[in-house]
Design a protein around this ligand. Sequence first.
Ligand code: RFL
Ligand code: PHB
Length: 392
Amino acid sequence: MHHHTQVGIIGAGPAGLLLSQLLTKKGIRSVLLENRPRARVENRQRAGLLEQGTVDRLRQAGATDRLDREGLVHDGVILSFNGQRHRLDLADLTGGSRVTIYAQTEVVKDLIQLRLSESEEAIRFEAEATAITGLDTDRPTIEYTQHGESHTITCDFVAGCDGFHGISRQTIPAHLTTTYDKIYPYCWLGILAKIPPSTQELIYAYHANGFALHSMRSPEVSRLYVQCAPTDTLDDWPDERIWAELQLRLGTQGWTLTEGPIFEKTITPMRSFVSEPMQFGRLFLAGDSAHIVPPTGAKGLNMAVADTGVLFEGLSAWYDSGDRTQLDAYTDACMRRVWRVQEFSNFMTEMLHQNPDKLPFDAHLQAARFNALVDNRTASQLVAKRYVGLAH
Ligand code: RFL
Ligand code: PHB
């Protein structure tokens, strides 16, 4: 079957869903292709922390009804160094900014529901994009297969929102692309546990045994992470070992971590990745298809939303007045922020994890970095501003 639309969007993660919703509100037609079934997309456990700018974009898309009711607004965050805790008062240090805890699964569910309530055809699930052609013409084409049948869509523009493993990035000729890649020698084992959080605010912990993070999903569900080795499998981490390590790494005098039933466990590799440029002809990449950050700075979803905002503004300008200036400058408009966020995510990651290859000297540098951050209000302010998404 053949079809024409204005913007062909590949991937129904946060970037693709948000873009299609913003375009719809603006009266610009799009088709959204997603290779996974709806239930799979809605249940992928990932991010949990939204910057104010992200919440603002979701509000512009009309997708904050439930977020406003259920999101947990946090004024501060706790950093722990070998059991010594230090609170960054985000609201005070940033002049009033906060972060919101609201799971990516819920952002995605809300956007899917909004799109499908307007049209059952708005998202094609189990539709895998297999090729993008004609990017240097004004009628690019996406080929895709759905339920064993081949289809094509022609469009004015293609938005490559298909994540790190998608096809869009590969469509840009290799000789025009530069990629930067760094793989960290550790992973995160993440759990969801049916237990009220033992803390009001997130705790990021440096410990001799490795990093740990106490986050949350709701007043009833805790989200916790422990650093593990890249060679570890879930068999190496029975529940008792996870709780014992979390107790040790997050622990401080006079505080107890309450344990509860674990209902989900996954291991995530840690990587920094950037591909430049983020566009080619009429193709524009947004989110994880163009860049990956290690999750320590909580930036991946927020960057995907920020790219989507820039792309949406560029497409709006083009459809409003035929002006391509903003679209042409898309990569440049994103890149400075992308590298600043890469630097922040790398800084947080390397300050807080145990690198198995490090020298005793490096351990002192890590402590010095931590102390420089907590001892100095200006340094705390900068980290707080970057954490809430103000200083890009
Ligand atoms: P996604 O979410 O990967 O969506 C891409 C979509 O494209 C589909 N797809 C295709 N569809 C059609 N045809 C093809 N050929 C296709 N190929 C792929 C895929 O099925 C998928 O649905 O990318 P997007 O939209 O760019 O969003 C990026 C975010 O998902 C990601 O950056 C964050 O989850 C990263 N992240 C975090 N970010 C934060 O901002 N704050 C956090 O607290 C945070 N914590 C995390 C995280 C990521 C984690 N993992 C598992 C990587 C914690 C973890 C553990
Ligand atoms: C999460 O809640 O999943 C989360 C929070 C903060 C991070 C990473 C993940 O830095």
